[in-house]
Design a binder for this molecule. Structure first.
Ligand code: B3K
Ligand code: ZN
Length: 853
């Protein structure tokens, strides 16, 4: 596909002042009438009117009531162009679309017999002819006509009018959205739902009707999502001074959805996995994910909807910023350090990997082949880190002033990263040109730290230097401003902390420490998304863990020790885990006992994928086996703790609170250790834990731990029991598929794909098998004989024919083929080449092409 380039941006030559859409809903043939009030912009010359359109059946085109004939326009499979149009006119088009045949889940489609839409980024053009770009903002009026029985509820953006009879068993409603918006925020949902209702009073006293629409019988399971929504609304008022701006806020949960959720104005559409939860069916991780995604989509109302992106290159303007906002919301709802650690695990395992491979791209790319492939960890997670660094550098109060100015200056506009930073330049008087390199340069900067102590002057000299490795299309990198939180620690709890911004290739700083040589703590709280390189011995690292006063770095210190140990074991330079080290880790875990959520994180060893970046070539099989050996040693060292923890009852009565979740997280970590344990009795204990579990978090942990033991009667019993109990709940069954895909082999994948409940058309189900296998079971996926790749290849090809966005995402699992040990690397490359030969969708072809480089 031809690359779209940021440098080619030109404004759209027309204003769309007012849009009236009318839908006559029918699964096989929905008639869409669009009336656009168009005005040529001053200075736009005699530009033609170009409208995007895809998979539409054009019925008629009229200008100001005059019907056009095919000779009056040009029609291609990408759109409709009218060469000679007046300066001001009304365009009326009628098209027919087939929601029931739309398996790409972009545009208007059917899910569970209900109508549902997804327009970001370019789905609206699959609904009607329109300038489908975010800088064209318009006021939308939407009329829906539908069968009364099939669609008692008809939803769109904004405020609803009255439902009226439309004859022939049909009824109609008109929605008016007073806020101008781009087409990607349009939404329409219609069908028969159960509704969970509540209300919210804003800080200025306005009443908002809140409603969550779910499958019949599921209403009670929407309570947590509703609670999360109300807390998000309050948080945005208190933290950013932002109030909701419509009288209604609707959420619709759908089972078939390409990603987590979508922030359509006043009508958020959610993957039902991120709405429905109760103590029986959901884990604490599910509750946490729902809370954060509900918040994320709600926060988009200001960062994304009121102020949107000028073009898709600016995607991080809304996504990075909104992730930063939702991370802080979660930190406020739960534990800030625990949240930070989880965010960093996610960043490093997904974004650092992306940044180090062939798909690396800047936070704001300057070209793309396929827009769907731009929704990446780099845009989202690194984009959030950059906002975090901005706030760290200018301070919280100034950050808030800059945000206030941004909201005031750009409300109702479609803007750029430059516009955003101009607000911060105006409130600080500083220049952010160098800082904006974070948006332009791909690759993870490396910071090297060297220190020396002068006993005579009592001065610690710290040398800091940075480099950013080359990435595709960017051989040379400039230094970026890196905010580093530092501290010297006296080992008795004394902490002398400060922040420095490393904005040159190298710098030297000195720090006095009267009491003798201190220990140096670097990049505390993970103040910058960089890789820190320090040449420390194991004993120096151990001493640092003990002296550390920053909770993030305490965890990080243990993490580094564990990583080094796994690497040694995987390379054969050591055959058994070092008992002193295992003892030290066990002690750190026991010491963290008063914060069980933190203790649980310390217990969790880095995943194989997180170890890939440490060594080249990466050998997933050796890493997996080394990791297992260390886990078994840890299980043995902690067996008393595991025993006493699991003998105690689980918190009751159950609540999804952060406090209880922390206790269950540590219980889950102990269950997981039993999964790794070589204790003869472990399987029996796990089966009992599975049977006696009073909540899904522990039930699932026990079932997963049993699958860690491989094939055995206890595992089979748990899996069979789980399937019998949950076969009617697809969200829970996704977990059943995922647990097996996460532990088994290529054969397991083949069996799961042959299961009657495996559904190629349902993204959650496909991801729970193929996505989990290829990202969380790397020893099997990257098996040197290529069996793991063969197991997914065919599924990916079939998925691609139906749903390109889904398949393209699955193919990214191959991005690391170049860093793998030679056998797996060659098999992965061969698979990519075969995929390239197959007739792939443009989305998937874009990923395959870039991955092969
Ligand atoms: N904005 C949507 C993502 C849309 C993805 C389109 N390919 C959800 C979110 O980030 O909030
Ligand atoms: Zn988002």
């Amino acid at each position: 596909p031809v690359a779209v380039k940021l440098a080619d941006y030109t404004p759209y030559p027309f204003d769309m002042d007012h849009v009236e859409l009318s839908f006559e809903l029918d699964p096989d043939a929905t008639k869409v009438t669009a009336e656009l009030k168009v005005t040529r912009k001053a200075g736009a010359g005699n530009a033609p009117l170009e409208l995007d359109g895809e998979a539409l059946k054009l019925v008629s085109v009229e200008i100001d009531g005059r019907a056009l004939t095919p000779s009056d326009y040009s029609l291609t499979e990408h759109g409709l162009t009218l060469a000679d149009v007046p300066d001001q006119f009304t365009l009326r088009t009628v098209v027919v679309i087939a929601p029931s045949k739309n398996t790409a889940l972009s545009g208007l489609y059917m899910s569970g017999g209900r109508f549902c839409s997804q327009c970001e980024s370019v789905g609206f053009r699959r609904i009607t002819y329109y300038p489908d770009r975010p800088d064209v903002m318009s006021r939308f009026f939407v009329t829906i006509v539908a069968d009364k029985e099939a669609c008692p509820i008809m939803l769109s953006n904004g405020t609803p009018g009255d439902v009226k009879d439309a004859g022939n068993g049909r009824h109609t409603i008109t929605w008016d959205d007073p806020h101008k918006k781009p087409s990607y925020l349009f939404a329409l949902c219609a069908g028969d739902y159960d509704v969970y209702r509540d209300s919210f009073t804003t800080m200025s006293g306005k009443h908002i009707d809140l409603a969550i629409h779910v499958d019949k019988g599921d209403a009670d399971r929407a309570a947590w999502a509703m609670d999360s929504l109300k807390r998000s609304m309050t948080w945005d008022e208190q933290t950013y001074g932002r109030e909701y701006d419509l009288g209604v806020f609707n959420i619709v949960a759908v089972r078939d959805f390409n990603f987590g959720a979508m922030e359509n104005k006043g009508l958020n559409v959610f993957n039902s996995a991120y709405v429905l939860a109760d103590e029986d069916s959901a884990t604490d991780a599910d509750f946490e994910a729902i809370e954060s995604i509900v918040a994320h989509e709600y926060f988009h109302n200001w960062t994304g909807n009121r102020i949107t992106c000028r073009d898709w290159f600016q995607l991080c303007l809304k996504e990075g910023l909104t992730v930063f906002r939702d991370q802080n919301f979660s930190a406020d709802m739960r534990s800030r350090p625990v949240q930070r650690i989880k965010d960093v695990i996610r960043l490093r395992s997904r974004q650092f990997a992306e940044d180090a491979g062939p798909l690396a791209h800047p936070v704001r790319p300057d070209n793309y082949g396929s827009i769907d492939n731009l929704y990446t960890a780099t845009v989202y997670e690194k984009g959030a880190e950059v906002i975090g660094m901005l706030r760290r550098i200018i301070g919280e109060e100034t950050y808030r002033k800059g945000m206030d100015l941004y909201f005031e200056r750009h409300d109702g506009q479609a803007v750029t990263i430059e516009d955003f930073y101009k607000c911060f330049e105006d409130v600080t008087g500083k220049d952010f040109t160098q800082f904006r390199l974070w948006y332009a340069q791909a690759g993870t900067p490396r910071v090297t730290v060297e220190e020396s102590w002068d006993e005579a002057t009592k001065e610690l000299t710290i040398n800091l230097s940075q480099t950013t490795p080359p990435t595709p299309g960017q051989p040379d990198k400039k230094p970026v401003p890196i905010p580093l939180e530092l501290a010297v620690l006296d080992g008795k709890g004394g902490t002398d902390a400060w922040m420095t911004v490393l904005d040159t290739a190298e710098t030297t700083i000195t720090r006095k420490a009267a009491a003798g040589r201190p220990l140096l703590s670097v990049n505390r709280d993970f103040s910058a998304p960089v890789r820190v390189e320090r040449d420390l011995t194991r004993d120096q690292r151990l001493a640092l863990v003990v002296a550390e006063t920053d909770p993030f770095n305490q965890w990080e210190g243990v993490r580094t020790l564990v990583t080094e140990e796994i690497l040694k074991l995987s390379e054969g330079s050591q055959t058994r885990p070092d008992s002193e080290l295992v003892g030290a880790i066990a002690a750190a875990i026991r010491n963290a006992g008063d914060d069980p959520a933190l203790a649980a994180l310390l217990t969790r060893l880095p995943e194989v994928g997180e170890l890939f970046l440490e060594r080249e070539p990466a050998d997933p099989v050796a890493l997996h086996s080394a990791r297992k050996r260390l886990q078994a040693a840890l299980a043995e060292a902690l067996s008393d703790t595991v025993g006493t923890t699991l003998e105690a009852p689980s918190p009751a009565p159950y609540a999804p609170s952060a406090e209880q979740a922390g206790v269950r997280a540590f219980r889950g970590a102990c269950i997981n250790l039993l999964g790794a344990s070589e204790d003869k009795d472990a399987r029996r204990k796990l089966l009992v834990l599975y049977q006696k579990a009073t909540n899904m978090t522990e039930r699932l942990a026990a079932m997963r731990a049993l699958t860690m033991h491989g094939e055995c009667p206890e595992r089979d019993e748990a899996l069979a029991d789980f399937e019998t109990n949950w076969k009617h709940n697809p969200i829970v069954m996704d977990k059943w598929f995922a647990v097996q895909a996460g532990q088994g082999t290529a054969e397991t994948v083949a069996e799961l794909a042959a299961h009657p409940e495996f559904d190629l058309k349902n993204p959650n189900r496909v991801r729970s098998v193929v996505g989990v296998f290829s990202t969380a079971n790397l020893a099997a996926f990257h098996a040197p004989d290529g069996s793991g790749y063969r197991a997914v290849e065919d599924i990916i090809l079939k998925a691609d024919a139906a749903n390109p966005a889904l398949a393209a995402r699955l193919i990214t699992a191959f991005e690391q083929w170049r860093v793998l040990e030679p056998k797996a690397g060659a098999a992965a490359q061969a698979t990519l080449k075969r995929l390239q030969e197959a007739k792939l969708s443009p989305n998937s072809a874009d990923i395959v092409g870039r991955a092969l480089g």
